[in-house]
Write a protein that binds this ligand. Structure first.
Ligand SMILES: [Ca+2]
Length: 213
C-alpha cells in the first residue's frame, strides 16, 4: 500500500494535477485501449497518465516492456495440432486463437483450470528455451495464476519443464515472458492450468513457444 501511495503521489506531482475525487485508483484496468498520455518509468513500472474521457483522468501501472527479439516463436509457420481440455465459450474464441499472433483474439473457456496442447508435426521437436503469455482484453479474474508446462514425445507420458505460482498482471494485453531453466525438446507441449485469478472462466489471447534465433 505504501508503495502504491508513493507511486500515486509521484504520478500526481509529475503529471501536474492534484489528487481529486475523480482520480482512479492504482490498478484500475479499464479504458486501457483508448488511453493516451505521458509515459515515464517509476519504481520498475511504466506509468502513464491516461486521459480516456474529458471528465476523468486516471493513472494506471503498466507492465515493464518485455524483449523477445532474441527468440523465434516455434509455432510460426508450422501446422501444429492445437487442442484443449474444454470447448470455448463461443465459437470465435477457440483454442487456435492462442497461436494466431493476434492479441485481439482469445481462447476463452468456462473452465478455470483447463489444459492446452500444441503438437508439432512428426519429426519436429523444437528446443524451447522460453515461452510467453499475453492476457486478453477483459476480465482479469480469468488470467492464469498457477500452471505447469509439460513436454511429451507421445502425448501420453509427460515431463514437467516449468511451473509457476502466484503470477500477477497489471494490465490487459500484458505480455509475460517465462524463461526455462533448461531448454526442452519435445513434439508435444501442454500447458496445465492449476489456478486462475478467481473467475469461472479461463482466457488468454496468445501463447508463444520460443526457440533461440
Ligand atoms: Ca490470439
Amino acid at each position: 500500500m505504501i508503495k502504491h501511495m508513493t507511486l500515486l503521489l509521484g504520478v500526481a506531482f509529475l503529471a501536474g494535477w492534484c489528487c481529486a475525487e475523480d482520480v482512479l485508483p492504482i490498478g484500475h484496468k479499464s479504458s486501457y485501449k483508448t488511453a493516451v498520455g505521458t509515459e515515464y518509468v517509476s519504481a520498475g513500472l511504466i506509468e502513464k497518465t491516461w486521459k480516456t474521457d474529458p471528465k476523468v483522468d486516471g493513472t494506471w501501472p503498466m507492465p515493464k516492456p518485455v524483449d523477445t527479439s532474441m527468440y523465434k516463436d516455434a509455432t510460426d509457420g508450422v501446422k501444429g495440432e492445437i487442442t484443449a481440455s474444454t470447448a470455448p465459450s463461443a465459437e470465435k474464441e477457440g483454442v487456435k486463437c492462442l497461436f494466431d499472433n493476434d492479441q485481439k483474439t482469445k481462447y476463452c473457456t468456462p473452465n478455470a483450470t483447463p489444459w492446452v496442447q500444441y503438437k508439432f508435426p512428426d519429426g519436429v521437436k523444437p528446443s524451447i528455451v522460453a515461452y510467453s503469455f499475453r492476457t486478453a482484453n477483459d476480465a482479469a479474474e480469468r488470467d492464469p495464476k498457477e500452471w505447469v508446462l509439460q513436454g511429451s514425445n507421445d502425448g501420453k507420458e509427460w515431463t514437467d519443464i516449468d511451473a509457476q505460482k502466484g503470477v500477477e498482471y497489471v494490465s490487459r494485453f500484458e505480455l509475460k515472458l517465462f524463461k526455462l531453466k533448461a531448454a526442452a525438446s519435445y513434439q508435444y507441449y501442454r500447458l496445465v492450468v492449476k489456478a486462475n485469478h478467481g473467475g469461472e472462466h479461463f482466457q488468454l489471447s496468445e501463447i508463444e513457444l520460443f526457440v533461440n534465433k
